[in-house]
Write a protein that binds this ligand. Structure first.
Ligand code: MTE
Ligand code: MO
Length: 536
């Protein structure tokens, strides 16, 4: 069977090398046009928007927050397999290879053009990638033809041994067996495909790197200088809210990140506007400077993702600087029937928030600052929403560009058709952070500690129990407000052996979190966080 191998791997390599070069060039063009127009990013975005929830869940479970990297690596692997096959098919029938490459290019173009905020130039990366791929594939195949005698193809078609014996060559053939020109074109082919492969990867990486530079980077630094001081008074000081090695405030670089963006939008604030429209009497459009000149407040607010499993870490607490949304809504004068505010991101993501939650006096903000800095790009620069008490997917839109007043009947935001609830207030929950699950600790006194949260209701009690014994009251740390999580601790006289620790919390109404176990979908996980530890 070595015969067959020798004839297929050249065209397969041709297909792979051609697509590598195409993708690489596509990344460079995308760096110039818009990073989100890259064939890989655009098609990946399409996959993210189309893939059923179960598939996404699996990806997150397998790859964690690397799921986006995994998606792109997976796409590249699949694409290489397809293009290898196209190369092999094109050996016999050129048009099959060319049509295949054109179809892939077409997919990239359609994907790019249908992304939110796309303009016609977004077709260019896919066009250039496909063009490069087709041209290189054609050239590579011509080289292969000139060093592999046509009998090989015939032999392969009639199959197997009889034909094999009549043909010389295959794997055993070296340059020495070939005529001078054939050897030269084989060398040319091998060098050319190595160059296309290596060059494509290098140029692609360079394109990605170039794409991360934008005017937005310097603009963000300038905002740091100009970040307004809150006129509503500074955020209340939070004395002694840390417990052991646990931090009350999550540093920006450790804050969890959840979104559907393969490439983070980098918005130039000079070109940013926010429009508030829909069912309002006086629609409003604000520039970034206009937003910054409005009265600002600074508040500690804990964000939580609805996908956070019991014991999970998709939660973080930050000090947010921003404009109260209620003031802006008063100005536009909404139709009283408009019970939903849909917030639109520049990348097409939407969240639907009850209008009532934005006007009931809680600190719902259009945030521009996070822990004393302009919002990091990953967390929504230049402007995002933050609403105490509601899970992120119904309230915390990053890279915000529009608020539309409508009704829950009239519009389903991004996650609703995907099976998540329209209404999603945060459920009372608690987590044990020390010891870590499975950790071995020494017998004696140990400070068990963690966090509990029930945003906008507040935490009034946390209790811990060991091996299913009686619940014992934990000590609660200080909090800035009812809108944040609360650190807690409990001194345990740990005795040797295997133990389980459980925690539960009560909100300020005195209602304990439920013990009933529920998955994150459709409106947040419930159940007690339980961990096992070994004491020795
Ligand atoms: N534009 C945009 N905003 C978004 C999302 C998104 O996918 N796109 N995800 C939301 C979800 S599900 C959560 S939990 C929070 C997370 O915010 P963070 O990444 O700053 O922690 O952002 C919300 N805002
Ligand atoms: Mo989320």
């Amino acid at each position: 069977m070595t015969r067959a191998r020798s004839t297929w791997w050249y065209p397969a390599l041709a297909g792979v090398a051609a697509v590598a070069a195409g993708l690489g060039v596509g990344e460079v063009v995308a760096a110039i046009v818009d990073p989100r127009s890259s064939p890989l990013v655009a098609v990946g975005g399409l996959v993210i928007d189309r893939v059923p929830e179960s598939g996404k869940d699996l990806a997150i479970r397998l790859f964690g927050t690397n799921d986006k990297l995994a998606l792109q690596v997976g796409t590249v692997v699949l694409l290489n397999l397809i293009c290898a096959a196209l190369g092999v098919l094109a050996r016999r029938r050129r048009w099959v290879g060319f049509a295949g490459f054109a179809a892939l290019g077409g997919l990239a173009i359609v994907a790019a053009l249908t992304r939110a905020g796309a303009s016609v130039e977004w077709a260019l990366p896919g066009l250039v990638a496909a063009g490069t791929g087709v041209a290189l594939l054609g050239w590579f195949l011509r080289q292969i033809d000139s060093f592999t005698p046509p009998e090989d193809a015939a032999a392969e078609r009639t199959a197997d041994s009889a034909a094999d014996r009549t043909v010389t060559g295959g794997d055993d053939r070296t340059d020495g067996d070939l005529t001078g020109t054939a050897a030269a074109s084989r060398r040319l082919f091998l060098r050319g495909s190595a160059l296309a492969l290596g060059g494509g990867a290098l140029v692609g990486w360079l394109g990605r790197w170039l794409g991360s530079f934008s005017v937005a980077n310097t603009a963000r630094d300038e905002v740091a200088v100009e970040l307004p001081t809150p006129s509503g008074g500074p955020a209340p000081a939070v004395p002694e809210a840390d417990v052991a090695d646990l931090r009350y405030v999550t540093p920006n670089e450790r804050f969890y990140r959840i979104d559907t963006a393969l490439v983070v939008p980098r918005i130039n604030p000079a070109e940013w506007t926010l429009t508030i429209d829909g069912r309002v009497r006086r629609p409003l459009t604000l520039t970034f400077d206009e937003l910054l000149s409005r009265p600002m407040v600074e508040r500690y607010i804990t964000l939580t993702c609805v996908s956070n499993p019991v014991g999970g870490d998709l939660i973080g607490n930050a000090r947010w600087l921003g404009v109260p949304i209620a003031d802006l809504l008063d100005e536009v004068d909404p139709d009283p029937a408009a019970d939903q505010v849909v917030s639109w991101s520049v990348d097409g993501f939407t969240a639907g928030t009850p209008t009532a939650a934005l006007r009931d006096g809680r600190d719902a903000l259009l945030a521009v600052g996070m822990n004393g800095e302009p919002l990091p790009f990953d967390h929504g620069f230049p402007v995002r929403m933050v609403v105490p008490g509601l899970y992120g997917y119904v309230s915390a839109t990053k890279w915000l560009r529009r608020l539309e007043l409508t009704t829950f009947d009239a519009f389903d935001a991004y996650w609703i058709p995907r099976g998540w609830a329209q209404q999603a207030p945060i459920k009372t929950q608690s987590r044990i952070d020390r010891p870590r699950p499975g950790q071995r600790i020494e017998a004696g006194e140990y400070l068990v500690a963690g966090v509990a949260w029930a945003q906008h209701r507040g935490i009034s009690a946390v209790q811990v129990r060991v091996d299913g014994g009686p619940w014992q009251d934990a000590t609660l740390a200080a909090v800035a407000s009812i809108d944040t999580w609360r650190l807690w601790s409990w001194r345990w006289m740990a005795t040797p052996g295997d133990h389980t620790l459980e925690v539960r919390a009560a909100d300020n109404a005195g209602v304990f979190q439920t013990a009933d176990v529920a998955p994150p979908i459709p409106d947040g996980a419930t159940g007690y966080h339980r961990i096992s530890v070994q004491v020795h």
